[in-house]
Each structure stands twice: as structure tokens, then as C-alpha cells.
Design a binder for this molecule. Sequence first.
Ligand code: ZN
Length: 130
Amino acid sequence: MDLTKEIEIAKNVRRNAYAPYSKYYVGCALKAKSGKVYSGCNIENSGIQAICAERVAFVKALSEGERSFDYIIVCGGSDLTKLDNCLPCGYCRQFMNEFVDKDFKIYVLSENDKIEEYTVEDLLPNSFRL
Ligand code: ZN
């Protein structure tokens, strides 16, 4: 699978992160089964909990009527020119779990375009679902 376009979207949107508190810049690209790609970056706030890049992308897509998703690419780090191994936080894992199938993939991008592949089950085993 060629993820080149989505990788560039995830990397580029990091520049839009609003992260004056953590100074940690996260970007992601969420591919819906419709074919559309939704970007997201982290948005922090002094008074309330930050919104992570993953949830920004999901909320953008869900509010546009999307309900089926193929994968998300996540990347982040404290330096805009470098990438850490930035895995989704627990809150995002549970949030994504609500909207994805078992075959949904979470790709974590780190330095030199190294990609690790996970499923929600990998990151959130024995999860809560209604
Ligand atoms: Zn998160």
C-alpha cells in the first residue's frame, strides 16, 4: 500500500499544532473508506484538556458524515524537524475504538519514515464496548 500522500499530510499538519504548553507537535492523516483523507493536529488549551491530533481528525471526519475508516497515520515529536515514536494516548485509543472495525490500522511514523503498524486491539486489548 502506498502511504506516501498520507504520510506527507500527517507530517505537514504538525505545523498547525497549537502546543504552547507541551511544545509537542503531533499530526495525523485519517483515511476514510470513502477515499477522503482528514488531517488533524493537537490543539491545547490553558483551561481545559488538550484535544489530540487523532481526535481532531476523527471529529472532522465524523462531522462530515464519515462512519467507516481504513487507517490513521500518526506522527509527532517536540522538534518539528524530527519525529519521536508517538503512539496514541489512552483517551484516543478508546475514542477510536468506538468508530473502527477490527481491521482498522494505526500506523505510527518515526524517524526516516519508519512505520510501525498496530490495530486497536494491539493498543487497547480487552476494550470496553457497548
Ligand atoms: Zn490522544
